[in-house]
Design a binder for this molecule. Structure first.
Ligand code: HEC
Length: 255
């Protein structure tokens, strides 16, 4: 109950509350909060549809997050397909050739002499642009390379691109919501915590993207920080909207 409530003894500098705001301000704040809220929900739907199949299973899970940032380093996509869903298309000897080639780093020389003929015989009937199927193209070295690299998740370069955009963007939105939320009438400790929380959450979330590239366990931090961001924005927006339109009269305590 320090700073934000000098009210009792000094009414002249009592902090402004929503009930002090003009109708014009209230309209401005409410429209901003509503649009930002819708934007946040859109972002959630986008995240869900974008990431849910990362780990090959429907539904968004911590594994999806881990796979996005850390990748699936147990082998290449080509190897895991040869050992599972595509195993029936190839005989053991040929599979052995391809896996040995993958383990040796998938060089172009080996591709031309051994791999290309096998793929042409067994796979390209389906796996070529001509088939019209939306599956990996296996008809050229460059195309095969894409499923022949160990999957280490999203690159550091694109992480940096996405994270600076997120830091600027989310910080501004958090600032905007916080500017409105400061007019709420709440216990000071609660208001301070809720004001800080989105910033802490964004920072933890984005740091955890990088940490998850290093160790997939941090995918949990990504999820928890994301949830805290949602929770704190949700609270700031609903409390503000509630007080803007429903907390009409100044409580006696506030002078
Ligand atoms: C009869 C058509 C057909 C043939 C032949 C075939 N595939 Fe596939 N392949 C598919 C289809 C359909 C999918 C996508 C659905 C799935 O993953 O089962 C796929 C998916 C894949 C994937 C991607 C898996 C992933 O995780 O995204 C790889 C890699 C692959 N096939 C490799 C091969 C190789 C190597 C061969 C030859 C030994 C081969 N396929 C032969 C139809 C075929």
């Amino acid at each position: 109950m320090e700073q934000s409530e000098p009210a009792e003894n000094c009414p002249a500098i009592r902090p402004r509350r929503f009930y002090d705001c003009t109708l014009n301000e209230k309209l401005l704040y409410s429209s901003f909060l509503l649009l930002v809220g819708i934007g946040y929900l859109m972002a959630l739907v986008y995240l869900y549809t974008n990431f849910q199949y990362m780990d090959g299973k429907p539904g968004l899970s911590v594994e999806d997050i881990a796979e996005n940032y850390y990748g699936n380093r147990s082998g290449t996509k080509l190897e895991s397909a040869l050992r599972s869903s595509m195993a029936s298309h190839i005989d053991l000897q040929q599979r052995h050739h391809i896996i040995a080639w993958l383990k040796s780093g998938a060089p172009q020389s080996g591709y031309e002499s051994t791999i290309k003929p096998i793929l042409a015989q067994r796979c390209t009937a389906c796996h070529s642009p001509a088939s019209g199927l939306k599956i990996p193209d296996l008809s050229s070295y460059e195309a095969v390379k894409k499923v022949a690299n160990v999957d280490t998740g999203v690159s550091l370069h694109s992480l940096m691109k996405v994270s600076h955009i997120h830091l600027f963007g989310i910080a501004l939105v958090a600032f905007g919501i916080g500017l409105v939320f400061r007019f709420a009438l709440l216990p000071a400790w609660f208001q301070h915590t809720l004001t800080l929380l989105p910033f802490v959450a964004i920072f933890s979330d984005i740091s955890a993207w990088f940490l998850t590239k290093w160790d997939p366990i941090y995918a949990y931090t990504v999820v928890i920080a994301g949830a805290l961001l949602g929770l704190s924005w949700g609270l700031q927006i609903t409390i503000s909207l509630y007080q803007i339109w429903l907390l009409r009269r100044r409580p006696a305590r506030e002078g």
